[in-house]
Ligand binder design. Structure first.
Ligand SMILES: *Cc1c(COP(=O)(O)O)cnc(C)c1O
Length: 354
């Protein structure tokens, strides 16, 4: 607090990211980063771009990235917006497309940045409860709204909606924007990017942070019809004309083009997830069906906070949310096979020592 703060800053409630501690030999399964390195072609492209051209501003429209993303997604170049991480894309979408006089709808259990953006841009919202199995019920969104935001797969549950369910929502909700946050879609869910051509209210947001192993590069996208992209561009050009620097642009293009590496690493993560799910189940955990690179699990006789703390003492970091309805759960990022083995070993010790 400070007398220099504006009233606006006094009332902000910022997002709290998972910790990034500087501890050696930590098994870090708390922020859904990819356990595999970025493609070697990305690193090559970054090195090649580290040259005297850095004295120049980058391309304000990130054209090469947008073209590569359009090719990847099967949409037109004009249907792509590029931002500094998908968090920035989401922020611009809240500001430019969801700020209306009616409440925005998103699930009560979802990405905790959504209410933060609503606060930042002073949007009214309603948190729509997920059901007892923590599933999103599409029918609950059939009400007057200023926009609908769903993460698919949802976070932190990992549960995915089918393309058919999202299409049903689009058919019923033609008058406000439907934003589908596909941060984790490449780990097994169905993307709705193919529906962009048919639904003018659909905005699909993706990122290179998860399935492309580039959380440190900060590149995200939105796919939608031209009027939606134009709104995002107007907000961007009123905020920061150059969201992507030259290095990020070069790395992003290389990442989008190295499809074999992407296919290989995401298949490994999916296989590890399924193996880990089996091991956690054997330890007595209930594990939600995840289509993401993390598992959301609870143990019948240990609370989430106690387990997270006991794991921390064994140098294993997972995420626990001190929030209603999910306080018993742990969100565990799928790591390398040896990291997952270290987690299972630590859990075995903790649970065995009762
Ligand atoms: C990780 C994540 C993002 C943000 O990704 P960045 O592109 O790194 O900003 C967005 N939405 C959800 C649901 C996420 O989990």
């Amino acid at each position: 607090m400070s007398k220099y703060w504006s009233d606006f800053v006094h009332q902000l409630v910022p997002y709290v990211p998972g910790e990034q501690p500087k501890i050696d030999n930590l098994v870090k399964l708390n922020t859904n980063e990819n356990p595999y390195a970025p493609s070697p072609k990305v690193l090559e492209a970054l090195r090649a771009e580290a040259n005297e051209a850095l004295r120049r501003y980058p391309d304000p429209t990130s054209s090469r990235v947008a073209e590569a993303a359009a090719r990847w997604a099967g949409v037109e170049r004009e249907q792509v917006f590029v931002g500094n991480g998908s968090d920035e894309v989401l922020a611009h979408a809240f500001h430019g497309l969801l700020k209306h006089d009616k409440p925005v709808l998103f699930p009560d259990i979802s990405y905790s940045f959504y209410p933060v953006y609503a606060g930042l841009y002073q949007l009214a919202f309603q948190a729509v409860p997920v059901n007892a199995r923590l599933e999103i019920q599409i029918d609950d969104y059939a009400r007057d709204n200023g926009g609908i935001v769903l993460a698919n797969p949802n976070a932190p549950t990992g549960i995915a909606l089918s393309r058919a369910e999202i299409e049903r929502l689009l058919q019923r909700n033609p008058d406000s924007v439907v934003l589908i946050d596909e941060a984790y879609v490449d780990f097994g869910a169905e993307s709705v990017v193919g529906l962009v051509a048919r639904y003018p209210q659909l905005l699909v947001v993706q990122t290179l942070s998860k399935a492309r192993s580039l959380a440190g590069l900060r590149v995200g996208f939105a796919f939608g019809q031209r009027p939606l992209i134009e709104a995002l561009t107007r907000v961007k050009d009123s905020f920061n004309s150059y969201p992507l620097d030259r290095l990020a642009s070069a790395g992003a293009v290389a990442a989008l083009e190295d499809v074999p590496y992407f296919e290989d690493t995401r298949a490994r993560v999916i296989a590890s997830r399924e193996a880990l799910r089996g091991q956690l189940t054997q330890l007595g955990f209930s594990v939600l069906p995840s289509q993401a690179n993390f598992l959301f699990a609870r143990h019948p006789s240990f609370g989430g906070a106690a387990l997270a703390q006991a794991l921390r003492e064994r140098a294993v970091l997972v995420r626990h949310f001190r929030a209603p309805r999910i306080d018993e759960y742990l969100r565990i990022t799928v790591g390398l096979p040896e990291e997952n083995a270290a987690l299972v070993k630590a859990l075995g010790e903790i649970l065995g020592a009762r």
